[in-house]
Design a protein around this ligand. Structure first.
Ligand code: C2E
Ligand code: CA
Ligand code: CA
Length: 701
């Protein structure tokens, strides 16, 4: 009989819950030293989710679950935690390599449309009293040592691994002194345009020149500084060194490229972050255009609102803002849409190593295409081979930072690089600029098609040849929005501009022209007539934004996103036309309106009173100013004052005849009074209607 209950099982993978795993595994390892524990995570799951959808991810997790289950025998178990990390407890340490090879080949045999990259951290039980929690921690630690390494897939934990690290205590006690003694140095890693070989920028990276231990990598001390908040001291310091170097170059006529420095997610939470940067920058008199701010992708998941606020402030001061470590898997493609970054840095070390094979390059290509659609330049980091660089170039990513071109070098060495190099710039480029017809975009099974179909809202690709505009492609959402039950084929063959009348066609064409010249996103609203099989003809208003995505020798391609604003528009037009009608009616009837506030004796006239009688928006001490000005003739003044007294006293309705102005035009004045909940009069609404219209006006003259 099965004695597990439902909450002991993970619903997605079908594996036992992590709580249950702890319990079972603790039980198994008692008395045996021949166990090992494997931790592995599936990298880039968030991208796969974005591109292929949640269902695909769930399916993968389910398959991995049953795979692991099938590989566990009696006395062994597996579980999943934080959605895509797995742990497996296995017997027989001597077979662990075989197990991993087996696992990798079984994952490959799942024949996924992309390569699922896994790193394995292994902890071997030795008979020492180690809990399952510690074992998982050690295996995770081992896995973190090889994260981003192309060639090594697994790593066995050794106690030495931890010893190599500077202890937290050591770092913290030495930090202040190291800052004071200037033991922190900035190294520069150059960034190149692979299509031209030009230097386009550099990243400033910190090094700790320890008097005894030599140069210490930031990977050792940055996590510790982040935990204690000391990181901002270091980041400002490195930023200052970058400013110092830029000042030096400006003073010595050394041509410069922008320098980026790194900021931790904790820096962004400081309320005076941008102010501090500005103070440092101004101190050195360095223009902001030479400085780029790298913010790691993970800050966005901390707080979108705060990140946006800081990025806005940085933009206002003229800084370029880069999203660092894109691809490290903290967040997903969506953050590209959410935050206004200027550049993204895509870390190849976080990508699968097989960009060479078609399947492996898919995710990478998807990300770069996505960035191109958003008109965001990409700097690929961690590029080590020419093959990688060429591949990146072939998919439209030319900016490269990595050991292939340059390692991080000292300030003096970088000065030499700058003096020798030919300099270039990072542009927001257009995509598909060549070979329009042969690009993947037209392949229904390509990644571009997948993103286009699944990731974006209603969208179309338009092509313009001369003054002819055609729809080249639409996605499903576009069809739903505009054409109901037409097929994509129907839409592509109909003449797109036919749906507009002349005025709207011109508005639309003018927008395309603007987009052609501005290379920015341009917008317009147009009405179009649609004919659908079920509903006949209807008129709808569409807000379209377009951007040029390609210029070929014969045609220009636009990427168009649409939003149906018919309902909003109709409401607005309805409102406007009612208002217009009302105005006409009022005009026609020669009626004047106003509002009288009893407590203050203020009168607020309608637009016609203001226009025809020259009244201000508020008349104080009503009706005296109108009597004084002669609008109410003197012989009627007392009568009118009496009437107002009655209103002040709470008369619900009143009506009087009175000739107005020196022309003595006959009017009927009516009042209706409004009361509060206990019956006190608050306001009275007055109207003056001309008696018998214009004819009597003449008669009365
Ligand atoms: P990062 O910002 O992603 O910096 C790039 C890292 O990749 C650098 O490591 C660089 O040396 C390394 N790298 C560059 N090209 C290649 C390549 O082709 N292959 C490989 N395998 N690695 C390459 P580094 O200098 O050790 O810095 C590590 C991390 O420490 C940085 O990663 C950054 O997150 C952090 N860091 C460095 N300086 C600072 C700083 O001043 N402030 C903060 N908050 N973090 C910093
Ligand atoms: Ca960086
Ligand atoms: Ca990076």
């Amino acid at each position: 009989m099965d004695d597990t209950n439902a909450s002991d099982i993970d619903v997605v993978t079908g594996l036992m819950s992590i709580k249950n795993f702890h319990r079972e595994a603790e039980r198994y390892i008692i008395g045996s030293r021949d166990y090992y524990l494997i931790y592995f995570n599936t990298a880039r799951i968030s991208y796969i989710r974005d591109v292929f959808g949640d269902q695909v991810v769930k399916q993968i997790m389910k398959e991995l679950g049953s795979l692991l289950k099938s590989l566990c025998r009696g006395g062994e178990c597996a579980s999943v935690f934080s959605s895509d990390n797995f742990v497996v407890l296995k017997q027989d340490k001597s077979s662990k390599d075989l197990f991993i090879i087996n696992l990798i080949s079984r994952i490959r045999a799942m024949n996924l449309p992309f390569e699922l990259m896994c790193n394995f951290g292994i902890y071997e039980f030795t008979g020492e009293p180690v809990s399952i929690t510690e074992a998982i921690e050690n295996a995770t630690f081992a896995e973190s040592k090889i994260r981003g390494n192309y060639t090594v897939h697994s790593c066995v934990y050794t106690p030495l691994m931890r010893a190599e690290y500077m202890s937290e205590n050591e770092i913290l006690t030495m930090f202040d002194n190291a800052i004071r003694e200037r033991h922190f140095l900035i190294y520069f890693q150059a960034q190149y345009d692979h299509s031209t070989g030009r230097l386009v920028g550099a990243e400033g990276l910190v090094r700790w020149k320890h008097p005894e231990k030599g140069v210490i990598s930031p990977a050792v001390f940055i996590p510790v500084l982040e935990n204690t908040g000391l990181i901002s001291v270091l980041d400002y310091y490195v930023f200052e060194q970058a400013c110092n170097f830029i000042r030096y170059c400006l003073d010595n006529n050394i041509h410069l490229v922008p320098i980026s420095t790194n900021f931790s997610r904790y820096d962004l939470l400081l309320t005076d972050f941008v102010k501090q940067l500005e103070m440092i920058r101004r101190n050195y008199g360095v223009p902001a255009k030479y400085l780029r701010i790298e913010i790691t992708e993970s800050v966005v998941s901390d707080s979108l609102e705060n990140t946006n606020r800081v990025v806005d402030q940085l933009h206002k001061c003229g800084y370029t803002v880069e999203m660092d470590d894109f691809g490290s898997g903290f967040s997903s493609l969506n953050v590209l849409k959410d935050v206004d970054f200027d550049i993204i840095k895509l870390d190849m070390r976080f990508m699968e190593h097989s960009s060479r094979n078609r399947r492996g390059g898919l995710i990478l290509t998807a990300i770069i295409r996505m960035a191109q659609w958003l008109n965001l330049p990409v700097i690929a980091e961690g590029v080590e081979t020419l093959e990688q660089a060429d591949f990146l170039l072939s998919i439209g990513c030319e900016c490269i930072q990595g050991f292939l071109y340059a390692k991080p070098v000292s300030r003096d060495d970088f000065e030499i690089v700058l003096r020798k190099a030919e300099l270039g710039k990072i542009d927001r480029g257009l995509i598909f600029t060549e070979k329009l017809d042969s690009c993947n975009f037209w392949d229904p099974h390509s990644m571009e098609t997948l993103i286009f179909s699944n990731f974006v809202g209603p969208a179309a690709i338009l092509s313009m040849q001369g003054d002819q505009v055609k729809i080249s492609r639409v996605n499903e959402k576009y069809v739903q929005e505009l054409y109901m039950n037409s097929s994509q084929q129907d839409i592509v063959v109909t003449d797109f501009l036919d749906c507009f009348d002349e005025e709207n066609r011109n508005i639309y064409l003018q927008m395309l022209e603007r987009a052609k010249t501005s290379a920015r996103e341009e917008e317009c609203e147009t009405w179009r007539n649609l004919r659908s099989n079920c509903c006949g003809e209807s008129s709808i208003c569409i807000r379209t934004s377009v951007r040029v995505i390609a210029k070929g020798p014969a045609a220009i391609l636009f990427y168009a996103m649409i939003r149906n604003v018919t309902v909003e528009k109709k409401e607005l037009e309805n409102y406007k036309s009612q208002e217009k009608k009302f105005k006409h009616a009022v005009e026609h009837a020669k009626v004047y309106f106003w509002e009288y506030t009893i407590a203050t004796k203020e009168m607020r006239p309608c637009f016609r009173c203001m226009r025809d009688l020259g009244l201000p928006a508020v008349v104080q001490n009503y009706p005296e100013p109108l009597i004084e000005s002669g609008i109410f003739p003197a012989d009627y003044a007392d009568m009118y004052r009496d009437m107002m007294k009655k209103i002040d006293g709470g008369a619900p309705e009143l009506e009087v005849y009175i000739p107005l102005t020196s022309a003595r035009i006959p009017f009927i004045i009516r009042y209706t009074t409004e009361f509060d909940s206990v019956g006190n009069p608050i306001k009275a609404f007055g109207s003056a209607t001309m008696v018998n219209g214009e004819k009597s006006e003449q008669k009365s003259d």
